[in-house]
Design a protein around this ligand. Structure first.
Ligand code: PLP
Length: 405
């Protein structure tokens, strides 16, 4: 074939996209090996049939032609109303553009925030598509570590040290992979750095309906930040609509107009019947979103209960999102080695913390996406393995001869 661009070749960076364990688990499942799958952030329920009925009815009624590129007015208005309800920030349809899922929204905003060669910040640990999404826009990803010891929240000083010359900072709260919900103080610190260095804040809030303790706070709601914040949202997690590919960007109207230009030359809008289903889904209101989030709330409680009273495995502050990030450093293994032992020995698939950057080394991430009792059983087997490995590591330590001299 003729030569591919460097830009597209570099999307995956070192060639690994962080999902190796996931692909191995899928291969085993294909071979008929029973594997408890806790790798991917997808509900164990399907999109509700009432939403599918609305989609079907819209298609039958003829909403199958080109749809309005930035989104049909009803959907832009419904997304704006939801944002206003959640954040209190005045939001109109002109502040919203509809995209094919939150991922396409992330892609679009990074085309918007800087020019080829510019730096774009993101926080480590991170959702694995982040660096590639930034590189696909020709920008250079630059990560700022959020340390396990700081509860995986980024510190203002660390952001400040990385911010000179950057164009944007990508934050994600509630966070995938850690389950951490950023405090107001953290978000205010991010805001101060953004103001000092004239950065865009790209705020990925696709988990805004999954809050287990405290409150979801958007940086867009903090004083003075709305004009430099672009919020990424999606119905994937809040409405169990991952396959519908329905997301959005919320931001200042002139930014939305420019993203509209990008949409015209990329996806050219998303299917009208899916947008109609989105309007129907959003009309179900906040109780519906609470219902969709409920299984993860329960499994978060299971996690806390099973982990209580032991010190081998610790959970990161688990205040939101559908994940448990477990610190297994006491076993003496890396996250990768532990996840491999767990898959090989117990047939339980989890993702190593190393898949999400270097700050979550020595951790594994569990997606709480299977039925409660199966989840509890898998968690207990994981804990048993960790306890066995810890005992082995302790014994090995005791057998190291004392140093002489
Ligand atoms: N952002 C984060 C943090 C995610 O975890 C995901 C999906 O798992 C996405 C964005 C993309 O979601 P979608 O494209 O399905 O809206």
């Amino acid at each position: 074939m003729a030569t591919a661009s460097n830009r597209i070749r570099r999307i995956t960076g070192d060639g690994s996209d962080g999902w190796d364990l996931f692909y191995r688990a899928k291969d085993l499942i294909r071979q008929g090996v029973p594997v408890t799958e806790l790798t991917i952030g997808e509900h164990d329920i399907k999109t509700d049939t009432s939403i599918l009925d609305a989609m079907h009815a819209a298609a039958k009624a003829g909403h199958t032609g080109y749809a309005s590129i930035p989104g049909i007015p009803e959907l832009r208005a419904a997304v704006a109303k939801r944002a206003e309800r959640l954040t209190g920030v005045s939001t109109g349809p002109e502040n919203v553009i509809v995209t094919p899922g939150g991922q396409a929204a992330l892609f679009a905003v990074h085309q918007f925030v800087g020019d080829p060669g510019d730096r774009a910040l993101h926080i480590d640990p991170y959702y694995p598509t982040y660096p590639g999404t930034i590189r696909a826009a020709g920008l250079q990803p630059s990560s700022v570590t959020a340390r396990a010891e700081a509860g995986f929240e980024p510190l203002e000083d660390d952001l400040e040290a990385a911010a000179a010359g950057a164009r944007s900072v990508l934050v994600n709260s509630p966070n995938n992979p850690t389950g951490v919900v950023y405090s107001e103080a953290t978000l205010a610190g991010i805001g101060r750095v953004a103001e000092r260095h004239d950065l865009w804040i790209v705020s990925d809030e696709v988990y805004d309906s999954q809050i287990w303790s405290g409150q979801h706070l958007s940086p867009r709601a903090l004083p003075g930040l709305a004009e430099r914040t672009l919020v990424i949202g999606s119905l994937s997690k809040s409405h169990a609509m991952t396959g519908s590919r329905l997301g959005w960007v919320i931001g200042p109207a002139p930014a939305i107009d420019l993203l509209w230009d990008l949409s015209t030359v990329s996806n050219y809008g998303i299917p009208g019947f899916i947008q109609d289903a989105g309007v129907f889904a959003l009309a179900q209101g906040p109780d519906y979103e609470t219902r969709i989030a409920e299984p993860f709330r329960r499994r978060r409680e299971i996690t806390q209960r099973v982990l209580a009273g032991q010190k081998t495995v610790r959970a990161a502050p688990q205040n939101g999102a559908m994940y448990a990030m477990l610190d297994i450093r006491a076993t003496g293994l890396s996250g990768e080695a532990f996840a491999t032992r767990l898959l090989d020995g117990e047939r339980i698939a989890v993702l190593p913390g190393e898949s999400f950057g270097s700050a979550s080394r020595g951790h594994v991430r569990l997606a709480m996406t299977i039925e409660d009792s199966a989840y509890e059983d898998a968690l207990r087997r994981l804990m048993d393995l960790a306890a066995r490995l810890r005992r082995e590591a302790d014994l090995a330590d005791r057998h190291v001869p004392a140093q002489v001299g």
